[in-house]
Design a protein around this ligand. Structure first.
Ligand SMILES: Nc1nc2c(ncn2[C@@H]2O[C@H](COP(=O)(O)OP(=O)(O)OP(=O)(O)O)[C@@H](O)[C@H]2O)c(=O)[nH]1
Length: 255
């Protein structure tokens, strides 16, 4: 899927070899930082959908500038909604808080490089099913930017060429992928691609179960419905009994 492959692990901004040379910073004066970043992405013909990571196109200091730009625009949104941000002490700093929440917290997975993952060789030639979960998922839907909260389980069938990664790293990779506006179907594929690339297993299974607040808080206001989806790769596709074993290990609600 175009643009869903993970961003290579490298410093946010240093590697400029494969992208067009940047204009003199002095000539950037007055140009919003978002425009500068977007121009770089377009010049490199890179997708910048809501669930794409764009860290390698952001120069040092630009995230801070983006924070200021988003604050200003959030303030304009509040004013357009006729909220008295001058007189109402509760909303006086809301624009800044929301900007920080989006850029530094809930959508950070768009702006930072992937977590560093130490990979170990599979010295013991492990070849038994391994399952990690439930890992808590915190994301937001790209349609309404409403929270998506849930859990996911990851099954790995290693082979002797598989890299072994620390248990906590599955949660770190999940946080990086889910920390973007997502739709659940694409989120699990992005995560599966990333884990497959890091570990090169014989088989990989990812199951995600989540509540979408765009269906609970607004819209149809259905509090109880959840979305469950899965990605099966390699031996999990071919071997029915392995798939059954993995699914049987999940808590009953996801079976
Ligand atoms: N397939 C899928 N749909 C999602 C996901 N998250 C939210 N949605 C749905 O995206 C849809 C957006 O549809 P629209 O018709 O444009 O939005 P809307 O008019 O506000 O729709 P309602 O929510 O029905 O009021 C809604 O049906 C959401 O429930 C997701 O991860 N996957």
């Amino acid at each position: 899927m175009a643009g869903c492959s993970p961003t290579p692990s490298r410093p946010a901004v240093n590697d400029k070899q494969d992208r067009p040379s940047l204009p003199d910073p002095a000539s950037d004066e007055g140009i919003p930082v978002s425009v500068r970043i977007r121009e770089r992405l377009k010049a490199a013909e890179r997708r910048f959908n809501a669930n794409d990571n764009i860290a390698e196109f952001i120069e040092p200091g630009e995230l801070e500038a983006m924070l200021d730009e988003v604050t200003e625009k959030m303030e304009a949104v509040l004013q357009s909604m006729v909220i008295d941000t001058q007189g109402d002490h509760n909303t006086a700093s809301t624009a800044r808080r929301v900007a920080k929440m989006y850029i530094n917290e809930v959508f950070q997975g768009r702006y930072v490089t992937p977590p560093s993952i130490t990979e170990f060789p599979n010295a013991e030639h492990l070849n038994e099913l391994m399952l990690v979960g439930p890992i808590t998922v915190r994301s937001a839907c790209s349609h309404h930017l409403c929270p998506v909260i849930g859990k996911l389980w990851i099954g790995i069938m290693p082979n002797k060429g598989t890299n072994v990664i620390g248990l906590s790293k599955y949660a770190r990779l999940a946080e990086w992928v889910m920390g973007r506006p997502q739709i659940q179907e694409e989120a699990v594929i992005q995560l599966a691609n990333l884990i497959e690339q890091k570990t090169r297993p014989d088989g990989l299974a990812v199951v995600m179960e989540a509540t979408h607040f765009c269906m609970a808080w607004r819209g149809v206001k259905d509090l109880d419905s959840r979305m469950i989806n899965s990605v099966m790769r390699g031996v999990f596709l071919k071997d029915m009994s392995l798939r059954r074993e993995f699914l049987a290990l999940l808590p009953r609600s996801t079976n």
